[in-house]
Write a protein that binds this ligand. Structure first.
Ligand SMILES: O=C1O[C@H](COP(=O)(O)O)[C@@H](O)[C@H](O)[C@H]1O
Length: 254
């Protein structure tokens, strides 16, 4: 596994394949979980949606791997960075995917799993309710009133979207909300998503990205100076890490 260096202020780690990149991310989850629990008595972790995190979820849940036993599950609060507007048992539900691969397999108390209500017929109301739930669970330790998640896991779409912040959509510009309902014309659908102020307040953000189809977006975000949604995630008081497989990193100059 190599480390091309800090591009765009980010630390970039490259593994040969998705399994290796997921392992890098799993090591970070353990280290940041242990540090957060020791320092603040709680580990606030936001999970990514989509397909890529499945490898990470499987690793974290596997009793034969070194991660599961080292994560302070009893003191972990689980959030979701985005959700599709579907019921929690729907095949497209990010919550369902995370529950099946991870949450049902680890000793995290049910009351500490905070899911976005994708089934709510009023997505704006679901977003407001989730922001209230997040604030109630985490409070805000600092003067700006924005809760700080200890670790936010994110993915990347080939169009440069992250969470459900798609190019050209309204939620990208939201500065007065931490969670938004976002209409995505390309999908003809609503999504629920964290906004940039909440992402940028995180103590750490890790993008886990794999596959050659993501390589142009990875290069554009990390080297191209592009104004893509993922390039706008800048945790100024936190750390930014990209865990890539070789295919996703193949468009990087170094
Ligand atoms: O729509 C989404 O896409 C991105 C990337 O998903 P992937 O399946 O290509 O890994 C994901 O990060 C986001 O959470 C998800 O809802």
């Amino acid at each position: 596994m190599g480390e091309p260096g800090g591009l765009s202020g980010a630390r970039v780690l490259v593994a040969p394949d998705l399994a290796g990149a997921a392992e890098l991310a799993a090591q970070e989850v353990v280290a940041r979980g242990q540090a957060a629990a020791a320092l603040r008595g709680r580990f606030a972790l936001a999970l990514a949606g989509g397909h890529t995190p499945r490898a990470l979820h499987a690793l974290l849940a596997d009793p034969a791997q070194p991660f599961r036993a080292r994560i302070p599950w009893a003191r972990t609060e689980i959030f979701f960075g985005d959700e599709r507007c579907v019921p929690p048992d729907h095949p497209d539900s990010n919550y369902r995917a995370a529950r099946e691969a991870l949450l049902a397999r680890v000793p995290v108390p049910e009351r500490q799993v905070h899911r976005l209500r994708g089934e709510d017929p009023d997505p704006a109301a679901a977003a407001r309710a989730y922001e209230a739930e997040l604030r109630a669970a985490l409070g805000s330790e600092e003067g700006d009133g924005v809760p700080r998640l200890d670790l936010v896991l994110l993915g990347l779409g080939p169009d440069g979207h992250t969470a459900s912040l798609f190019p050209g959509t309204a939620a990208l510009e939201a500065s007065d909300r931490l969670v938004a309902a976002n209409h995505v014309p390309r999908l003809g659908a609503w999504r629920l998503t964290f906004t940039l102020p909440l992402l940028d307040a995180a103590r750490a953000v890790i993008f886990l990205v794999a596959g050659a189809e993501k390589a142009p977006a990875v290069a554009a975000v990390l080297e191209g100076g592009a104004d893509l949604p993922a390039a706008r995630v800048r945790p100024e008081r936190g750390e930014l890490l990209w865990a890539l497989d070789a295919a996703a990193a193949s468009g990087l100059r170094r």
